[in-house]
Design a protein around this ligand. Sequence first.
Ligand code: PEP
Length: 231
Amino acid sequence: MIIAGNWKMFEGPDPGPLAERLEAFDEIDAIVCPPYTELAACVDAGLTTFAQNVHWEREGAYTGEISAPMLVALGVHGALVGHSERRQYFGETDSAVARRAHAALAAGLGVIACVGETLEERDSGDARMVISLQVAAIREETGAPDRLVLAYEPVWAIGTGRTATPELAQEMHAFIKSLLDRPVLYGGSVKPENAAELLVQPDVDGALVGGASLEIDSFVAICEAAARSRS
Ligand code: PEP
């Protein structure tokens, strides 16, 4: 079971104390995704550390980007790709996301590739079609390698306090696995109070946590719920 914390463009918790608290969870793969400025500190603290994005080229005139070999050189373990905030605010297309995933995997990094529908797409009955296209782009570019994990993040549930019901999460995770047989994390307002009911679903293989990963206690509480869900 994987519990990944996406700190977004926030400072996040102190890496040292967080790493100490996470030592208690042998059976959980806890991951942090800090801003770039905190990557080295998280690596040094012994945390499994993912960047929040990665470029498809090794180097080049791509101001503001970072490449997979650069992350490897820093000791970083992987990268998120395709987070909905990247898709929404920075125009990331399915094909750019897939290329990013491919480059990271080829460099030996792990990848959490995010997919999910907007509220309009859900309300118009297009959720499965949108997700099929997002997953197909990733599958065609990368295959289904071991270091690839997917995250189902309905856009309407991110940072809104609105969570998918456990039944909906289970249904969508099973659908995503039918397209690409890799672990699928759930993301969207996961908190200590709702983590257990989501994580107990058979096709929910972990969580991608935004807001609740910014405090050590709430992130650790979600890890505890994850440990209990499989015991
Ligand atoms: C996220 O950033 O991936 C996320 C799911 O955020 P939140 O948990 O705050 O909804």
